[in-house]
Design a binder for this molecule. Structure first.
Ligand code: ADP
Length: 423
């Protein structure tokens, strides 16, 4: 799927470049050609306009004769399109030239190559009143004047330019195909990675949901085998079903939280909050739970920890961290939650004297569904999504979460949040 997109992207890049280059090349070519021929056209018009019949003869050019370009040949045409003054030039194929010339409509300009030369021609209607020219063949009324100029150097320059543009196009095309492919590939790397991550997430989620569903199904089927049994007799199976339903409910809630976070659908309800108060509240809720597991929970928080944040989300963050500390600390053990200031930041730490996390697992504990201790996580109803949600909450608040751990002696999570001034 990505290979096709990559090819399409590279092809699109190349086509866009080709179009831009072609427009650019055409503009340059048109401009240079206009500049080159403009002067020639002016000189031809000037010379043609100055041809005048006086007393049946062509009048001398007068004061402007020095301005006339000697390269320009003037032909006079009668009202039937015939050339009156056939030139006698061995260098030019006069016949063909004349044939061409008779095809040019009035006020039109034409560039043609005949043999080895390029000619530019213009047809201008004769505009003076006296138009009858006395020739050897008698009086002939002149209808139009044709000026012809050799434009070999101009045409050669244009050809050179065309070659430069064409080779630039070919080289540019090659470069853009290679560069486009390379850039497209680089651009695809994060897209591909996030796609694969998403696929993995869906696969993991389905897998996680299958286990409780299988447990519920098998327990329900076992109960169906003995319809005569009382609820009390089937209490173990009923308990299993309830436990798995709870696990699934938690899993689905967590999945929903993360799915919403992925599409940025969750908005923070920002308000002035005191982190010290939140720490105390959460710690109070967890003290009995910790005691039940034979653990000591201690909270040490300054009461001056004001920041603008989402109270519910911060509460959820501390619940995740304390819940984990209790889950992964065997009795007897200690858990400590602290809150303090560090410069303009608020730092919350949750420390335990539990089993710890192997060093190689540390970078991955914030990944979705990553569990360092799979068995204990499942046994304690973990979903593998807690720390991923914690990480997201911290990021949404512009903060950072870190973990330090020593296998067998304990783990310490620290959360740093910017303490924005409450206005
Ligand atoms: P879970 O629901 O499995 O606890 P989490 O995302 O909250 O998922 O944590 C990911 C993994 O990180 C856990 O499975 C566990 O192996 C490890 N872990 C998290 N907190 C602790 C802790 N305080 N002590 C030891 N291991 C921990």
């Amino acid at each position: 799927m990505f290979k096709r997109t990559l090819r399409q992207l590279s092809a699109m890049n190349s086509i866009v470049f080709l179009l831009i280059f072609m427009v650019f090349g055409t503009v340059i070519y048109g401009f240079v050609s206009y500049r080159l021929f403009d002067k020639v056209d002016d000189a031809m018009r000037f010379k043609a306009y100055n041809i005048r019949i006086v007393n049946g003869r062509i009048a001398p050019p007068g004061r402007n004769r020095f301005l006339f370009d000697p390269r320009i040949l003037i032909l006079l045409r009668d009202n039937q399109g015939r050339i009156v003054n056939m030139p006698n030039n061995e260098d030019i194929d006069v016949e063909r030239l004349v044939e061409l010339v008779t095809q040019i409509p009035p006020e039109h300009i034409l560039t043609k190559e005949i043999e080895d030369h390029a000619y530019r021609m213009i047809n201008i209607p004769y505009r003076y009143e006296e138009r009858v020219l006395m020739t050897d063949r008698g009086p002939i009324p002149i209808d139009s004047i044709i000026a012809i100029s050799i434009v070999d150097s101009e045409v050669a320059s244009l050809k050179d330019l065309l070659i430069i543009i064409a080779s630039g196009l070919v080289m540019g095309m090659l470069i853009i195909i290679l560069a486009g492919y390379y850039l497209a590939r680089r651009a695809m790397v994060p897209i591909q990675a996030s796609w694969e991550k998403q696929q993995q997430f869906v696969a993991d989620a389905s897998h996680e949901l299958r286990t409780p569903l299988a447990v519920i199904k098998s327990n329900a089927e076992l109960m169906l085998r003995h319809p005569e049994h009382t609820v009390e007799e089937e209490s173990i199976r009923v308990t299993n079903v309830v436990r798995e339903v709870r696990r699934m409910t938690k899993l689905v809630t967590d999945l929903l939280t993360l799915a919403r976070s992925d599409v940025n659908q969750t908005e923070l309800k920002l308000e002035p909050v005191n982190m010290g108060e939140i720490i105390d509240t959460v710690a109070e809720q967890f003290v009995p739970l910790a005691e039940m597991d034979g653990l000591m929970l201690q909270a040490e928080a300054s009461q001056e920890l004001e920041l603008t944040a989402d109270r519910e989300r911060l509460h959820q963050l501390l619940v995740i961290l304390l819940d984990n500390a209790i889950k992964y600390t065997p009795s007897p053990g200690n858990i400590k939650i602290t809150g303090g200031r560090q410069g303009s930041n608020i730092v919350v730490t949750v420390e335990d004297t539990g089993q710890g996390i192997p060093t190689e697992d540390l970078p991955r504990v914030f990944d979705r569904f990553y569990r360092s201790d799979k068995a204990r996580s499942r046994e304690k109803g973990g979903t593998g999504l807690g720390l991923a949600i914690a990480n997201w909450i911290v990021e949404m608040h512009g903060g950072k979460i870190g973990v330090e751990s020593k296998l067998g002696s304990g783990t310490r999570f620290s959360v740093t949040l910017p303490a924005k001034k409450v206005t």
